[in-house]
Design a protein around this ligand. Structure first.
Ligand code: SF4
Length: 469
């Protein structure tokens, strides 16, 4: 009898060294009843913790509620710091129990989530002298209250002024949340009368094709409001794309698991849009890999199963995600949950959060290191939302960047004429330059000189491209 020869694949030659699975941190998500670390949630079972109504009802909105939740996990000195921080905050405070449970209360000063949501007075820096409350000029570019029409074919529709949590760094602190000691808010209530004006404008501007439905936050819209807004926009012949913007998946992912009515309403709009050959997607806002847990993955898996595309927009923040390792992990973890990392914003000039802003150079350095760790379509574009309403400019596309004075100058020829100036945080500059920023005359000189340098660069570029090669 002849011997049978087993024919199998040739051994594969691995060129790269094998990867230790324990180093694939983006796949290792926090799981289990992690909320039981918080004294107030020790008796809370999983069904209760996953109930979005319970999360909303038990959100922390003042220092007393914070203390009642974390109790002896923080020393009195930290708690006093928080009380003072709340007093000085331009934003309302609202932190879900989910977020609260993800904070490392053994080291609250350095925790990246605490830094984003819970103010402490001792870490605040003075605002940059060039900072204004609505630095992106959303109101100046609004033909109808709550509808910003800046780019030719796109509009931002602020449907309401509340959110499931309030972020210290909110660009829209001029409107979002309730009045604080520091800021009296512009009212953008969810009224169908105000929305009717916005719909009328959108319908009359035939060049508009793309609407961002935001706020506030789309999570706060009732299911019937999602249906109403979605259908109204889908029925306009000019509208081709709709994005529902919400920070919800990052701060209260359980709503996507337990609020069936809301998710069904969104799904119906997405499916109707698909039949009409119109794109309806979800835009969300994760800033740190710790915000992505096994609950998040379960919630986003459900969204993905319904065929809903989700994209992410992060804000680059000091002490939160301003290291290469953290940003790489965030990008990979988002990809693991089928969320496209779309943008990373260099932090806007926002009141009361100078401690969170980074330099433009930080963004340039991190962008270089992030590009290449994953596929290009999962690699975020780092942008500066140009103060004064220039819109999003790729961080690398500055006309001029004076790293000494911290001034960068951008142009947005398809959006608005002129130059747009962004400022690095003053505490990151040399002491002599910090001194100059104290004097309004010197401030103007530094700005004028940066704009003159940008103009000179532009002239040289124009000249070089007109010379025949
Ligand atoms: S969720 Fe968005 S709109 Fe609401 S406070 Fe945070 S950044 Fe502002």
């Amino acid at each position: 009898m002849s011997e049978l020869k087993v024919i199998g694949p040739e051994p594969i030659k691995h060129i790269k060294p094998r990867v230790d699975p324990s180093t694939l941190h983006h796949r290792q998500l926090l799981d289990g009843a992690f909320w039981k670390r918080i004294p107030a949630y020790r008796e809370i079972d999983e069904a209760t913790f996953l109930d979005h109504s319970w999360q909303a009802k038990h959100s922390i909105t003042n220092p007393a509620k914070l203390l009642a939740a974390v109790q002896d996990l923080v020393p009195q000195a930290f708690y006093d710091d928080v009380i003072e921080g709340f007093k000085r905050a331009p934003m309302s405070i609202r932190v879900s129990p989910y977020l609260l449970s993800l904070i490392d209360w053994a080291d609250p000063y350095n925790d990246p989530l605490r830094r984003q949501f819970v103010p402490v007075a001792s870490k605040l820096f003075p605002d940059h002298p060039k900072l204004t409350l609505d630095s992106l000029h959303e109101q100046a570019d609004a033909p109808v209250a709550g509808l910003t029409h800046r780019y030719p074919d796109k509009a931002l529709f602020l449907t309401l002024d509340t959110c499931p949590v309030y972020c210290r760094f909110c660009t829209r602190s001029y409107a979002v949340g309730v009045d604080t000691d520091e800021v009296e808010k512009v009212s953008l209530k969810a009224t169908e009368e105000r929305w009717a004006h916005a719909f009328q404008y959108i319908g009359e501007r035939i060049e508009l094709e793309d609407i961002v439905v935001s706020g506030g936050d789309s999570y706060q819209l009732k299911a019937r409001q999602i249906t109403l807004i979605g259908n109204k926009l889908l029925e306009m012949p000019n509208i081709r794309r709709i994005r529902f913007a919400t920070k919800g998946p990052a701060v209260m992912p359980m709503k996507l698991i337990t609020d069936h009515e809301w998710l069904d309403a969104l799904t119906a709009v997405v499916e109707r849009g698909r039949k009409l050959h119109k794109e309806v997607v979800l835009h969300t806002h994760f800033n740190h890999p710790n915000e992505i847990t096994a609950i998040t993955k379960r919630a986003l898996d459900g969204v993905f199963e319904r065929g809903i595309i989700t994209r992410n927009q992060s804000v680059l923040q000091r002490g939160v995600n301003d290291t290469v390792e953290t940003m790489q992990l965030l990008v990979k973890r988002l990809g693991h949950c089928q969320v496209h990392p779309y943008y990373v914003y260099v932090h806007d000039l926002v009141k009361g959060v100078e401690d969170l802003r980074t330099t433009l150079q930080t963004a340039l350095d991190i962008e270089k290191a992030v590009r290449g760790v994953t596929a290009g379509f999962h690699t975020p574009t780092f942008v500066v939302d140009a103060p004064g309403g220039g819109g999003k400019r790729v961080a690398h596309s500055f006309e001029h960047y004076d790293r000494d004075t911290g001034i960068s100058v951008f142009a947005a020829p398809s959006v608005k004429p002129g130059f747009f100036v962004y400022f690095d945080p003053i505490d990151t500059l040399a002491p002599a330059i910090q001194q100059r920023w104290k004097d309004p005359v010197e401030q103007q000189k530094m700005v004028d000189s940066a704009i003159a340098a940008a103009e000179a660069t532009r002239r040289e570029t124009a000249h070089a491209s007109s010379v025949p090669h």
